[in-house]
Ligand binder design. Structure first.
Ligand SMILES: Nc1ncnc2c1ncn2[C@@H]1O[C@H](COP(=O)(O)OP(=O)(O)OP(=O)(O)O)[C@@H](O)[C@H]1O
Length: 356
């Protein structure tokens, strides 16, 4: 899609993006960077000055030809910050609305109910639902229209932290099982890290970076995350479990890590977050160390992080898919080890967390 839009207040949007037709694409960026405006253009709720939008081979917008498919003709589902359910209907009535709007495909109510765990809520009034339940019903209603694309605009921002954690696994299930592409607007780093396959990083109405979430986080994470959140995301799978020590070995392109076992069986897909503050560097292979994870790496880049610290970008030495790590060490240590790009080192990963 290509979008150009100029607002009277001075804001302008200028995007040119080709996105994969699968998985979750997160539009991530600070407040006012244009995420919602971009989503509204895709939905046809806002008309860009110039725009070309093609979704799955179907043209929704081509301003050069004066073509603008109205919102109601775009096969999309839109989930807002606050679930916009009909208050006078119960959950079943709200879902029936979605079914009525479906484009003639098969009836998928049982499947969608199961996917979002809302079967037990069908007879409840919507006023009595928690924020998380309301959003699950809103997503179910959107799915029942059988959209080709699901748009979600900060669907968890009106929900308190405990409930957000409850609803995230449902969104992960949706991503993994529903096989419908999603454009997901958020400014919450934890949601982006858990859900995104592709990351579009927005700034001042422009795209600062776009690509697989792992790559964009490795390159741009230091600019966009708070210092304590700087790190990388690794996509991997459970290789084996050591029940004696309650550890699981997670393999990823570039090596493997032993992490606390969270019960997932071998071959399960997992996401692992390794924070820069939990990675240290040795120039020779440490012999006796309490650190369980030692990975041979090559130094790619050193960049000052503060007066006292540097961030070191590392490429895992046997990487087949370009996995990398970030290490935050003191400037004095970097000087003492004479670290420089191209140097072979050992990364010591003190801790890492499974994010799903
Ligand atoms: N209806 C409107 N009329 C005029 N200006 C608007 C309108 N809606 C948004 N804007 C402006 O357009 C710019 C982009 O807003 P937008 O809501 O797209 O950003 P955002 O990245 O989604 O922000 P947030 O995370 O706060 O929702 C902002 O400067 C905003 O003030």
């Amino acid at each position: 899609m290509r979008l150009r839009l100029q607002r009277t207040g001075g804001f302008s949007l200028d995007l040119d993006l080709s996105l994969p037709a699968t998985g979750v694409t997160a539009l991530f960026g600070p407040s006012g960077s244009g995420k919602t405006t971009a989503l509204r253009c895709v939905a046809g709720l806002e008309r860009p000055d110039e725009g070309y939008i093609e979704i799955g081979g179907q043209c929704w917008q081509d301003s050069a030809r004066g073509h603008h498919l109205p919102t109601w003709q775009r096969p999309l589902g839109y989930v807002f910050q606050e679930a916009s359910l009909f208050p006078h209907l119960d959950v079943r009535g709200n879902l029936a609305y979605g079914l009525k709007r479906r484009g003639g495909g098969p009836h998928r109510l049982p499947e969608v109910q199961e996917l979002l765990g809302i079967g037990h809520l069908l007879d409840r009034r919507v006023q009595g639902l928690s924020g998380g339940e309301r959003q699950r019903v809103a997503i179910a209603r959107a799915l029942l229209t059988q959209p080709r694309l699901l748009l979600l605009d900060e669907p968890l921002s009106a929900i308190d932290t405990a409930r957000r954690l409850e609803i995230l696994p449902w969104l992960e299930r949706l991503r993994d099982d529903a096989r419908i592409p999603m454009l997901y607007v958020t400014h919450a780093a934890d949601e982006m890290v858990r859900l995104a396959d592709t990351l579009v990083l927005m700034e001042g109405g422009r795209v600062r970076a776009c690509g697989p979430v792992t790559d964009v986080l490795l390159q741009e994470g230091p600019h966009l995350l708070p210092a304590d959140d700087i790190g990388v995301l690794l996509l991997g799978q459970v290789l084996e479990r050591d029940s004696r020590w309650s550890l699981a070995r997670i393999g990823f392109a570039g090596g493997s890590l032993w992490l606390p076992d969270d019960g997932k069986p071998p071959r399960s897909a997992v996401r692992v977050r390794v924070l820069a503050r939990d990675v240290s560097i040795a120039t020779e292979q440490p012999q006796a160390t309490s650190v369980q994870n030692l990975l041979p790496c090559e130094v790619v880049e050193l960049r000052p992080d503060s007066k006292a610290q540097v961030l070191v970008r590392l490429a895992c030495a046997d990487a087949t898919g370009g996995s990398g790590l970030l290490a935050r060490i003191t400037a004095r240590a970097a000087h003492g080890l004479a670290l420089q790009p191209g140097q072979q080192v050992w990364a010591q990963v003190k801790a890492a967390a499974l994010v799903e």
